[in-house]
Design a binder for this molecule. Structure first.
Ligand SMILES: [Zn+2]
Length: 151
C-alpha cells in the first residue's frame, strides 16, 4: 500500500474552538468525513434524533425494542455492532465505559497502524460507515436484505 494521498482539508467553521483535528487529518472519502462530522454533532438520522424533531417517530431500535436508537447504541453497543467490532478488530467494546464522544474522538486520534497496514483511525471510520450503511439497508430495504444477513 503506497502513501495515502491527503485530500484538501475541510476546516471547522470559525468560532468553533473544539479540537476536531482527528477527523480532518484522517484520509478518507468526503462522504465519510461528513458522516463523522454528523456523528460528532449528534446530527445523524438515528431514530432517537428524528424523534426529537418529529415526536411521533418511534425512537426505538428496530431490533432492541427497549433501547433508543442513538448513535452510541447503533455504532458501539448494539449487539450486531459489537459483534462486528469484535470480528474485525478483535476488540470488545461492550464493556467500554467511556462516553460515546470520548470513545469516538479517542479512536479517531489513534493513528497507530492496525491490522492490514491501515492506520487505526481510518479502519475505525470505515467500520462506522459500514455499520451505518448496513443499518440503512435494513431500515430502507427490509424486504430485500433478510434481517439476519450480515454484509
Ligand atoms: Zn438495538
Amino acid at each position: 500500500m503506497g502513501p495515502i494521498q491527503k485530500e484538501p482539508k475541510m476546516e471547522p467553521e470559525k468560532g468553533d474552538c473544539t479540537d476536531h483535528s482527528g477527523i480532518w487529518d484522517s484520509p478518507g472519502h468526503e462522504k465519510i468525513k461528513i458522516f463523522l462530522w454528523q456523528i460528532l454533532w449528534n446530527s445523524i438520522a438515528t431514530k432517537e434524533n428524528l424523534h426529537k424533531r418529529v415526536p411521533h417517530i418511534n425512537q426505538y431500535c428496530s431490533f432492541c425494542p427497549l433501547t433508543h436508537e442513538s448513535a452510541d447504541h447503533l455504532l458501539r453497543f448494539y449487539p450486531r455492532a459489537s459483534e462486528t467490532w469484535k470480528l474485525q478488530t478483535n476488540q470488545n467494546f461492550s464493556h467500554n465505559r467511556q462516553s460515546f464522544q470520548e470513545w469516538f474522538r479517542g479512536n479517531l486520534k489513534n493513528v497507530n497502524v492496525a491490522s492490514h497496514g491501515i492506520p487505526w483511525n481510518v479502519f475505525f471510520a470505515f467500520t462506522l460507515w459500514h455499520l451505518w450503511k448496513r443499518r440503512n439497508n435494513w431500515v430502507f430495504n427490509k424486504e430485500k436484505s433478510g434481517k439476519e444477513r450480515v454484509v
